[in-house]
Design a binder for this molecule. Structure first.
Ligand SMILES: [Zn+2]
Length: 260
């Protein structure tokens, strides 16, 4: 596999460089969750960012001038999801498009009983076998406010993890059969409860759109309000913890954010 070999060599070269201090400044300023990580986690996240930023194709849209600091801010949030799992830097994703703010797409979305059609405002999208599109303004809002339970980058990249097995069904790749069964059982049950309006209010309603959105919405909450998730939906917390292999609730408690 000549491409695999070239790719490895390139990655090794990038990883030999020291981490850009400008990138680190940007991440400290824009990605509040980074400050909750211990030193080892921060170092490993930096290595993921070094490869991710360089390996992807980036485009600023609508006149947005993309800088390294902006790329690092996005990469830090995208790669946080990968920190402890087996991955290949979102291999199926090649291009990341960044708009200054929200943008419009032609299409239709279900809005309660009716379907809204026309130019729809969106903040971000993750296309199947296609690009991730993000609004820079919302990337910043999400990154700087770490405990709201809303984060655009976690949301779109959770979709990318979901798509890795070729279907968008809210179930990412889980190799262990027991863990997989448990995941499907818990997430289906909680999805049904959200659809039926019998959920706690912590997982926002948008997650009831379909199982793919449920996983993306639950991922946002798992990283941003894990202590509440563990209290109100202990099984959702547990299956996401087992998938991401991160104890986000304990991490926040250690950092003194006992109520997030
Ligand atoms: Zn979504």
């Amino acid at each position: 596999m000549i491409f695999g070999w070239l790719k490895k060599r390139r990655r090794r070269r990038w990883l030999e460089e020291s981490f850009d201090p400008g990138w680190e400044r940007a991440i400290r300023q824009n990605v509040a969750h980074y400050r909750l990580l211990n030193e080892d986690e921060q170092k490993r996240l930096q290595r993921l960012i070094q490869v991710f930023v360089r390996e992807k194709h980036w485009e600023g849209c609508d006149g947005l001038e993309l800088t390294g600091a902006m790329q690092a801010t996005i990469a830090a949030q995208a790669c946080l999801l990968l920190l402890e799992i087996e991955h290949d830097y979102y291999r199926m994703l090649r291009t990341i498009l960044v708009y200054p703010s929200g943008y419009f797409v032609r299409g239709r979305v279900p809005g309660g009983a009716e379907v809204v059609e026309g130019d729809l405002p969106v903040l971000g999208q993750a296309h199947f076998r296609g690009p991730v599109i993000l609004s820079w303004q919302h990337v910043l809002d999400g990154g700087r406010r770490p405990f709201e339970g809303r984060n655009l980058v976690y949301h779109e990249f959770a979709h990318k993890l979901d798509m890795k097995d070729g279907v968008v069904d809210g179930t990412p790749v889980i190799r262990d059969r027991g863990q997989f069964r448990r995941y499907v059982e818990v997430m289906s049950r909680e999805f049904d409860q959200l659809r039926a309006g019998r959920s706690s209010g912590l997982l926002r309603e948008y997650g009831a759109t379909n199982p793919g959105e449920f996983f993306a919405v639950a991922t946002e909450v798992f990283f941003e309000r894990p202590i509440s998730l563990r209290r109100l939906h202990p099984e959702v917390y547990e299956v996401l913890r087992d998938f991401y292999r991160q104890e986000t609730a304990a991490r926040l408690e250690r950092a003194g954010y006992g109520r997030a």
